[in-house]
Design a protein around this ligand. Structure first.
Ligand code: CA
Length: 146
């Protein structure tokens, strides 16, 4: 069974970090991907805690978006901060999730996460375009939990 150590190839990890960096050149928004093995409760509830643990509620515009995946539990959630949540339709994160899960069912994990980053980036770029001083407020690296 796949776990966080081999869920993504080095190539896929690089692609994901590059997709985040590319997106963040066009928006003040901040995107993170967090992987862990198990999630024993509702994925969205747990992802909201991870969001806080990663300090993602501290962005200037409330533009943090977390893509959370529990690899062995086969659970996933997307959490947006208040600023971006106010701008996207209520089913936007869920439709992004559905697309990503379709890729996962085809074992295209890297593709699914890169697509999720790109889909999440679209409303950030639209509603929170880059400023002249566009600080990278949160690391672009994938983070790993237990
Ligand atoms: Ca960043």
């Amino acid at each position: 069974m796949s776990d966080t150590s081999d869920f993504l190839s080095a190539f896929d990890k690089d692609r994901i970090v590059d997709a985040i960096a590319d997106a963040e050149k066009r928006t003040i928004g901040e995107i993170r991907v967090h992987l862990e093995n198990w999630c024993w409760i509702d994925a969205y509830t747990h992802a909201k805690k991870v969001f806080l643990d990663l300090g993602m509620d501290k962005t200037i515009g409330g533009t943090g978006v977390l893509i959370y995946i529990a690899v062995k539990s086969h659970k996933m959630a997307i959490v947006g901060d208040a600023g971006i949540n106010a701008k996207v339709p209520s089913d936007f994160w869920q439709s992004t999730l559905n697309h990503t899960l379709t890729c996962f069912k085809e074992n295209r994990y890297g593709d699914g996460i890169v697509d999720a980053v790109n889909q999440v980036a679209a409303p950030l770029v639209l509603h929170f375009p880059k400023t002249e001083n566009n600080p990278d407020e949160l690391s672009n690296e994938i983070s790993f939990g237990q």
